[in-house]
Design a protein around this ligand. Structure first.
Ligand code: SAM
Length: 476
């Protein structure tokens, strides 16, 4: 983060706006709405600036500012679009200890002006740190569209209950949860639907019930998808924003963890082949312990928790302790990787069914019946098979699957680091060895793999290791 986000109290303080442009008008408007005493300088301001004339807190000077004007000034905005005026404004602001901001002149900016969504008293400020203001503006428009105008009034309405809630609900976690339940539950729904009287009644009901129902812990088993944070579900995101503790494993990328509520505790229970951070039993015991302590515990799993995610095993133990459990599905690696590598897992001309198998079980490589699985009209998706690609291909050929059966290995699917190696059962072992893939990786076996070339889908494939490339590079 290059800039410190803060909201400045300018009520009653002097804010200078130099210029008579449209930008000057926007600066004046915002400073006035925050209660500042605004001094505007311009010999011949445009109509948008003149529209503020007569406002109690605006003083207009029909001249250029001089250094002495900046004494006691807290914030100085340059919006004249005249280089000499900008230079004077910045120097004078510095001399008098004011924060300066000259529109579109980065070297004259102590701060940047964010894009703002206002639902008074709610204010949302969005910034890209100056890197791409248009992105911030587009985001602002989206937030505007998705945030009901009544949210500001909801904040006002609820602020009237602050003291009573603080008296009644003791403890930071319980109180935060109480607020969340009100805002996201029936109180918020009633208020946003325009029924303030019902909302008030419901708050009284909640207050009468107190925090007895809030102390119960829960376990939420949530699928985080294959890696691209945009593939999270809304529900997963919402729960990530509400959890007290998040237990995650190594398949969860940093872009996803960043979306967890800032002050939630994060515990890495992940396993890096052989190097156990925490055993399965220890993880389950921790889930139970935390939930029994009244926490909302989110177990974040890569992909879908019920597909080779041991979600079922973990939940059996948790449920035995009478702890309420919620499961949120995620996009499994097969669906994510198929889409991002341009390989449809079924296709009427190629494959009428798809099976998901894991390459190895508790005791190592599984002795699959490849002749039955890798039929000409079926796609096979193999999870956890990267280390065994050559063994799998050989076993399949030994069981009679044609050596020219197409096969793909998708490494880090849906992520910016995605790589895809395609070939046949006869060539894939060699190619994967050359490509030196690191995983996680998924194997897709079946003629649908050939569609990758015809569909031209390349959603993320940033560094695709394609057959021809490899042939050229390695002379295979
Ligand atoms: C323990 S399983 C978990 C599967 C997960 N529950 C799901 O639904 O995708 C881990 C395996 O999933 C596959 N996998 C997960 N994320 C992947 C990704 N981004 N790209 C390729 N394969 C992935 C790999 O085969 C990896 O070894």
């Amino acid at each position: 983060m290059d800039y410190l986000p803060i909201f400045l109290d300018v009520a009653g303080k002097v804010v200078i706006v130099d210029g008579g442009t449209t930008v000057a008008a926007r600066r004046i408007e915002r400073a006035l709405s925050a209660g500042a005493k605004v001094l505007n300088f311009d010999p011949d301001p445009g109509a948008e600036v003149r529209a503020f004339f007569g406002h109690d807190n605006l003083t207009h000077h029909a001249r250029l500012p001089v250094e002495a004007d900046f004494e006691g000034c807290l914030v100085a905005y340059g919006a004249s679009e005249v280089a000499e005026r900008d230079a004077l404004l910045y120097a004078a602001a510095k001399k008098h200890g004011a924060l300066a901001n000259v529109a579109d002149e980065k070297e004259y900016c102590d701060f940047i002006t964010p894009s703002v969504v206002e639902r008074d008293p709610l204010t949302i400020a969005i910034s890209t740190g100056g890197a791409a203001p248009v992105v911030a503006r587009i985001l602002r428009a989206r937030v505007e569209a998705m945030l009901p105008a009544a949210y500001g009034r909801l904040a006002d309405f609820l602020s009237g209950y602050r003291d009573r809630i603080a008296d009644k609900i003791k403890g930071g976690t319980a109180r935060r949860r109480f607020w969340e339940n009100m805002i996201e539950g029936s109180v918020g729904d009633a208020f946003l639907a325009g029924d303030e009287a019902l909302a008030a009644r419901l708050v009284e009901d909640d207050l009468a019930r107190g925090d007895t129902e809030l102390r119960r812990g829960e376990v939420w088993l949530v699928g985080a998808g294959p890696g691209d944070p945009d593939l999270l579900t809304f529900k997963a995101l919402r729960m990530m924003q509400h959890a007290d503790v998040v237990l995650y494993d190594r398949l969860i990328g940093p872009g996803i963890l960043d979306l967890v509520r800032r002050d939630a505790e994060r515990i890495n229970v992940g396993k890096v082949a052989g190097d156990h951070v925490m055993t399965q039993d220890e993880t389950t015991a921790l889930l139970i312990k935390l939930a029994k302590a009244g926490k909302r515990v989110l177990r974040l799993k890569g992909g879908d928790p019920f597909i080779f995610g041991r979600g079922g095993e973990e939940l059996e133990d948790v449920a035995e302790h009478g702890i309420p459990v919620i499961v949120v599905p995620g996009i499994t690696a097969a669906a994510g990787c198929g889409a991002s590598a341009g390989i449809p897992l079924t296709h009427r001309d190629h494959s009428q069914s798809v099976v998901f198998v894991t390459a190895h079980g508790k005791d190592g490589l599984l002795p699959h019946d490849w002749a039955r699985l890798a039929r000409h009209d079926q796609t096979v998706v193999v999870y956890m098979g990267l280390r065994f690609v050559a063994d799998i291909a050989e076993a399949a050929m030994a069981q009679g699957v044609p050596a020219e059966m197409p096969i793909a290995v998708i490494d880090n699917g849906t992520r910016t680091t995605q790589r895809v190696v395609t070939g046949t059962l006869a060539t894939i072992g060699n190619k994967v060895g050359v490509a030196d893939l690191k995983g996680p990786a998924l194997i897709v076996i079946g003629s649908v793999v050939t569609l990758r070339d015809t569909l031209g889908v390349d959603a993320v494939a940033r560094e695709d290791v394609h057959e021809m490339e490899l042939v050229a590079r390695e002379g295979l």
